[in-house]
Design a protein around this ligand. Structure first.
Ligand SMILES: [Zn+2]
Ligand SMILES: [Zn+2]
Length: 296
């Protein structure tokens, strides 16, 4: 281990644990963390659910040390002024990159991947530290417990999904529902759909002051960056019913936004996002009802 290397044990070791004997177990498919222990859990509850998947060859586990040895490292980039992306290079598991929303009153980290290293932690320290860490939904809870521990941050979880957190944090998460102002101009908004507690961040200062949503899988930005979609499961190609789609759109309608960042570096719905959300939802519902004309 070098001075700039992987610092898992200062983050994860408890006084009664001997280094190297009880790793944090990480699901290699979804990146979620499980409690330290001498052997891996028998199953990943998140991947066993119909919204995720288990490899045909069986459940696979990894550890922070193994990921570090394989060359994964923090990938930190400014996304726009006030917004820092923190991913993993090469990408790991579902491949999401976190977003750090910066405000003069503190910072919120959103959708952390399953791997973090000292480079990523230092980047957040340099940006002013961390008030809170949260995620759009359980697929992206990732290293949330490690982040809270490393930077003494609160974990914010929606009541509807809090039971999906697979690695207990040091202190209980703060539970919320509906909407939650986290910092000035930074609000968590429960939308439902993909998971009952699926949420977005509304960031009022985003997109140069026009407002932005950080949506994870809650509102799916499509590859052409000109539409959005709504899914129960992306990998398993499961749609949502009309009432859930309407629920997502109704939840974000009160907010002013022009841009949507999904769960990955790209795609980004860069402009006119409010209109695109309404139009995409209307089209989706036409297809659900069998009322769509194929050439529209
Ligand atoms: Zn998993
Ligand atoms: Zn998901």
């Amino acid at each position: 281990m070098t001075a700039t290397g992987w610092l898992a044990y200062p983050l994860t070791q408890r006084p009664d644990e001997r280094m190297g004997t009880v790793p944090v177990w990480i699901c290699a498919t979804c990146g979620n963390h499980y409690p330290e222990g001498p052997s891996a859990p028998t199953a990943c509850a998140i991947c066993a659910d119909e919204r995720q998947w288990v490899p045909a060859t069986g459940q696979r586990w990894t550890t922070p040390e193994e990921l570090h040895a394989a060359g994964h490292h923090g990938d930190v980039r400014e996304v726009e002024p006030g917004l820092v992306g923190i991913g993993v290079d090469p990408p790991f598991a579902i491949g999401q990159r976190a977003l750090l929303v910066r405000t003069p009153q503190g910072n919120l980290l959103w959708d952390p991947p399953g791997f973090l290293d000292e480079e990523a932690i230092q980047a957040v320290r340099d940006a002013g530290g961390l008030r809170a860490v949260s995620a759009s939904h359980p697929h992206f809870y990732g290293a949330i417990t490690d982040w809270a521990r490393a930077l003494d941050a609160d974990i914010l979880l929606p009541e509807a999904d809090a039971a999906w957190l697979t690695r207990p944090p040091d202190r209980p998460p703060l539970i919320w529902s509906g909407s939650l102002p986290v910092l000035p101009g930074v609000t968590l908004v429960q939308c439902g759909g993909h998971f009952p507690g699926s949420a977005v961040v509304h960031w009022a200062e985003g997109a140069g002051g026009a407002g932005a949503l950080l949506s994870g899988d809650t509102i799916f930005v499509t590859p052409g960056e000109d539409r959005v979609s709504f899914v129960r499961s992306a990998p398993n190609r499961l749609p949502l019913p009309e009432r859930a789609v309407r629920g997502v759109v109704d939840a974000v309608r009160p907010y002013r936004f022009d841009r949507i960042y999904g769960g990955w570096w790209e795609p980004v719905l860069r402009r006119d996002a409010r209109r695109v959300v309404e139009r995409s939802a209307a089209r989706y519902i036409q297809w659900l009802r069998g009322e769509a004309a194929a050439d529209a």
